[in-house]
Every structure is written in C-alpha cells, then in structure tokens.
Ligand binder design. Structure first.
Ligand SMILES: [Zn+2]
Length: 645
C-alpha cells in the first residue's frame, strides 16, 4: 500500500513540474520504471548492481573519506579533506544509481541512507550555494594550482568545480523522480542559482574544463521548467574555443585546448579530439540543448563528429578513446590493441548515441549503442560486481599492468570514476529498450521484459520474449483491453544486414549472412525497413504477436585498410557479441594464433561457465569467449584480433 501511495505521489509531482515549452527530443525513451525485466542476461547484472555494486561503492566512499569530506565541510565532524578534488562526484554518481534502483524496487533502508547522505551534502553546501568540499574544508590559502587559488579561477582547466556539481544535478533529479522528495533537488537548485549568478554573458566567462554540468543543467531545466538553466548550459557550450589562455596555433592539445575540446567553438568542431569522456559528455550536452532549443548548428556539428568517431575512431568492441596519453581520442584510424578505451567513455558513448537516436529515429545509432553496451562497456565490471577495468584493452600478454597498475580488474581506483559511473549506468539499461512518439513504438534492444505503455489514452503492454544475445528469436506479444493503433518499429540490427558498424571502418568477410525474417501472428510478414526499423502499421488487438528472427551465424570481421594497428587481422562476432580468445581455453597462448578465411567456428552454449555464454570453437579446437567475459579466470593471454590467413 505504501508503495502504491509513493508511486502516485511521485507521478503527481512529476506531472506538475514538466516544463511547459514542449520542445524536446521528438522521440521519448520509455523509463525503466515501466519496464519489468524477465531476462537472464541483464537481470543478473542489475541485481548484482543493486545488491553488490551500489552498497560496495558507498562502502568504498566511506572508507576513502569521500563521504566524510561532506561531513567535515558541513561541520558535522572534525577532520580534514582527504583525496582528490573531484571525489565529491563519485558520491553523486552512486546516489544517482541508488535512485534508479529505488525507482525500480523501493528499499526503505536505501531511502534512509540517501536522506542521511543528503543531509551531509546540504551541510557541506556554503551559505551562498557553493559546493566543493576541498575548498570549504581547506580554504583558499591551502588550495593547489589545480584546485584554483580562488573559486572559479581554475574552472577552465582542472578544478572540476562545475563537473562535480553537474553530477549532483543529475543525481538530484533522479532522486526527486524516484522519491518525490525535494531535499536533494533543493541543494542542486541553490547551487545552480549561484553558478547562474556568477556566469553569463555579462558576468564571468569560462568553458568548464570537464564537461558534465551541461547535461546536468538540461535535466534541471526539464525538471523545474526554469529557462535560465537551459540558457546557462548553452552559454557554457558556446564559451568553448574563445579563451585568451589558449594558444590556438599550437600543435599541443594541452596548449591549444583540444584536450578540453576548447580549441574551437563547438559549432566549428568536426573531429573527435582530446579527452574522450569530456568530449562525449559535451556531444551529449549539445544534443540535449539542440533538442530543447532546435539549434541546428549544434546538430550539424555533432552529426559530423559522429561520422568521424564511428568511421575512424571506433573500436570493434565499441570502445572509444584510444590513447593513454590524456585519456584521449587518437588520430583517425589509430586503433592500437593496447587501447585506453575508458569504461566511462563507453558509458558516455551509450549516452550520446541514445540521444542521437532520440533526435533522428535512425537505427544506426542503436547499432553503435548496442555494440558498446554488450562489449566495451560490460567488460568494465566483473560478474561479482566489485572489481573493475578502467581501460579496456583488446590484447593482453598476461603481465601488462594496463589497469592503473594492475593486470586484473581492481576493487577501486584513486580516481574511481569508472566504478561509480557503472553503478549508475547498469540500473538504467532497461530505459534503452523502448522509445515512443505519439503514434509509434520503437523496440531498440532485445531482452525479455514486460513493459507498460500509454498511447492515445490507451493502456497496453508488450511482453518481449527472447534468449538474446545467444539466440536470434525475439517475440513481442501485445495485451490491450481496447484495440490501439500505432506503428510498431522493430530494429533490424546492422550486424544482421552485413553492416557491423555504420560507415566502412569494419566489414564482414563471410559470404552468407542468413536472412532476417518477420512474422505477424505466425504468418510471414514482408519487412518494410524505415530508417533501419521493420515497421508494422496497424491497429493492434489483444493477443497480437510479432516475431523477429535474426540470423545468428558466426561472422568474421576485418578492418579498413587504413587501420594499420590491426592490418591483416580478423575478429569474430556472433549476434551483438564480439569475441576474444583467452589462454584459459587455449593453453598454448592466443597472441600468435591465426584464423583462416575458411575456418569454421561452431557456437556452443555452456550454462555453467562465465554466467552462461555461447563459446565459439573451431575444427582445431581454437576456443573463443565473449569479450565482455574476459579476465575472470586468472592471468593469461587475451586477444580480439588474429592474423588472417
Ligand atoms: Zn572512468
């Protein structure tokens, strides 16, 4: 009963505060609140995130003084500041994840834990709204150059003052949506009002050194309807590339500002450069602002940059940001196997591609999202949910300490952005399955679930049944009290149509790919592809059923000839899953293995290994496992790309 009341209150509050202009993405996601997952693959991950990752990350924040920093700043305990200046942001990200968890399943203990934490954060906030625990505790005189000797003076480079609070806005909005309580949102609004009083056309000018506040501000705008937050997000974006502290003629990314995407005005940027997470948070923020304002110049710029990333800077595993130096994008076609591919950058890539889809309604963005989701993002966290990769390499010799000084997933990092980012990302995965307009439903991802919809004042549910990503059959059953008319748009993945990625960075060399089939009420239905979606336009009745059958043959993929790091190599895929070989299955090692054009790999489902996977096995027993599952069976060689002969 309490839950029902809680739900109604939340809905009421939420519906009262929707902004009024009405302009936003033409396609809207279906919130994970409306989705009940019934699958084996993602349900396990979300359960582990709720039961292990979130409590574990909070515990690490307690052990590492991240939470005490708020208490000390708020005068609630004695002590000093411990850690890095951006550690406040980790706490906010985990709180965002906890809010999504609460929204899916109410947990009074977690609700109370968040309230206690919010009280500490509110105490740490200075009277005028400022929130940056390192400065509040230590004072200006003890600040390093990177913190900034005074408020704001280092915003453009390293202070992360605006980055931290951007994450707070996202967390506060999530907490408000989950609980209907405004205790956290009030802290966020007070802070945003301070920032708005400091920055603006007639005030202080800076482009935030680590983008994030732009996304946070658009969420605050959507929640409060306050135009000033949207204007401020756009102001910060438009400040880029207009600084007198940069040397725009320099080749160095540190001097010309490219590391911070501060080398050119955003509307003139046409290549993904610099720190990958900053860059892709910025492209996501530009998409949000463009959706809310109709800014065509932003749209043109991110379209061009998107083509650059997927066409020239995108790993087969969905990772982005090749370089350890500066955690940055490499040059065009520079894709070394000792990739940086930060887990946060993969998460950012999902955010960005989801927004590109919501803007354009084309399946190619979901193709990119799906590749990153199932491969280069998921590799970042162990099955146990409490160890993490920060970089995600595509090749490993069994010894290299590529993971911030370790060869295996680590329990935590000094800069722990990736674990906290995963903790908020995983519970939001169901919100990527469906999207809708007034008369269309998009089915983007395939995972078994029951989802409730409302279109034209009619309620109905869609039950999705599938063993994806291991099998290619996906069934949708409609339950509706009254017939309901809509276009059902079911994504036909690019990989099922012989296009591993949009563009020509990778291609398949198999001669046959198998056929995509569609059935309506068990009768074959000819596929009409619109923007990559098999589209069925009809009045749906209770019991109607659609079935999509995707070909799940093993595919060999080869890179563009300009990708010299992987020239002459081949990788293997099946469905959305990219494979790797590990020494655990191949005792002679895998780094010098080759694969011939004609060698056949057979899929083999094993339920008792690596949480249940499909392995690939060749005639001569060369065995591959999903890339995301690597690194769970001791140290040994791993490779994604093999010599092709
Ligand atoms: Zn990270």
């Amino acid at each position: 009963m309490k839950n029902l009341f809680f739900f109604i209150v939340t809905l009421f509050l939420f519906s009262c505060t929707q902004k009024e202009s009405g302009k936003d993405y033409p396609i809207q996601p279906v919130s994970s609140q409306n989705v009940e997952l019934t699958d084996n693959f993602w349900s396990q991950r979300i359960k582990t995130n709720t039961n292990v990752t979130i409590p574990y990350c909070f515990q690490k924040c307690e052990e590492t003084h991240r939470i005490d920093n708020f208490a000390v700043a708020g005068g609630l305990m004695e002590g000093t500041f411990v850690g890095r200046r951006y550690n406040d942001s980790d706490v906010f990200k985990i709180m965002e994840g906890a809010a999504y968890s609460l929204q899916q399943k109410y947990d009074p203990a977690l609700d109370k834990y968040l309230d206690d934490l919010i009280a500490k954060i509110a105490a740490a906030q200075e009277d005028d709204g400022y929130l940056y625990t390192v400065r509040t505790i230590l004072g200006d005189s003890a600040m390093t150059e990177r913190n900034g000797k005074e408020r704001w003076v280092e915003v453009r480079n390293h202070s992360h003052e605006l980055y931290n609070v951007g994450h707070m806005y996202e967390a506060a909005v999530a907490h408000y949506n989950a609980t209907g309580k405004t205790n956290f949102l009030d802290v966020a609004i007070k802070n945003a009002d301070l920032i708005n009083s400091v920055y603006g056309p007639d005030k202080r000018h800076d482009a935030p050194g680590h983008q994030e506040i732009e996304i946070g501000l658009t969420k605050l705008y959507r929640t409060t309807g306050e135009q000033k937050y949207l204007d401020l997000a756009m102001f910060f974006l438009d400040e880029r590339g207009k600084s007198d502290i940069r040397d725009y003629s320099s080749e160095s990314q540190w001097e010309n500002g490219a590391y911070w995407q501060d080398h050119k005005p955003v509307t003139e940027q046409n290549e993904a450069v610099g720190h990958a997470v900053r860059a892709v948070y910025m492209y996501s923020g530009m998409a949000d602002v463009a959706a809310l304002t109709g800014n065509q110049e932003y749209i043109d710029a991110i379209n061009t940059i998107w083509e650059n990333v997927v066409g020239k800077k995108y790993y087969i595993t969905g990772g982005i940001g090749a370089m350890y130096e500066g955690e940055a994008f490499g040059k065009n076609y520079q894709l070394p196997n000792r990739a940086y591919n930060e887990t946060c950058a993969a998460i950012a890539n999902v955010f960005w591609n989801h927004r590109m889809f919501l803007m354009n309604g084309e399946s190619k963005y979901i193709d990119v999202l799906e590749r990153t989701l199932y491969n280069g993002m998921l590799s970042g966290i162990s099955f146990e949910g409490n160890t993490f990769f920060y970089p995600n390499v595509l090749e490993f010799d069994g010894k290299d300490k590529f993971n911030q000084g370790a060869s295996e997933r680590k329990p935590w990092f000094d800069c722990s952005c990736c674990p906290s980012n995963i903790s908020r990302f995983i519970p939001a995965v169901p919100s990527y399955i469906y999207a809708k307009t007034e008369n269309e439903i998009y089915a983007n991802l395939f995972m078994a679930n029951n989802t409730g919809f409302k279109l034209n004042k009619k309620d109905f549910t869609i039950q999705q049944e599938t063993e994806y990503p291991w099998q290619g059959r996906v069934k949708f059953k409609i339950s509706a009290e009254k017939p309901v008319k809509f276009d059902f748009k079911i994504r036909v993945p690019g990989w099922a149509q012989n296009n591993p990625v949009p563009g020509d960075l990778y291609e398949y060399i198999n001669e046959t790919t198998g056929e995509v089939r569609l059935f309506l009420n068990n009768e074959p239905y000819s596929i009409e592809l619109i923007n990559g979606y098999a589209t069925i336009r009809k009045t749906w009745e209770d019991g109607d059923m659609v079935e999509l059958v995707l070909p799940m043959n093993v595919k060999k993929v080869v890179p563009h000839k300009n990708a010299k790091d992987i020239e002459g190599k081949v990788a293997l895929e099946r469905g959305p899953i990219v494979y790797c070989a590990e020494q655990a299955d191949n005792s002679d090692g895998v780094l010098s293995r080759s694969v011939s054009v004609s060698s056949e790999f057979k899929p083999l489902y094993v339920s008792n290994e690596l949480q249940g996977i499909v392995k690939l096995k060749s005639e001569d027993n060369f065995t591959l496992v999903p890339y995301y599952s690597w690194g769970h069976r001791g140290l040994g060689e791993m490779a994604v790309w093999f010599d092709l002969n």
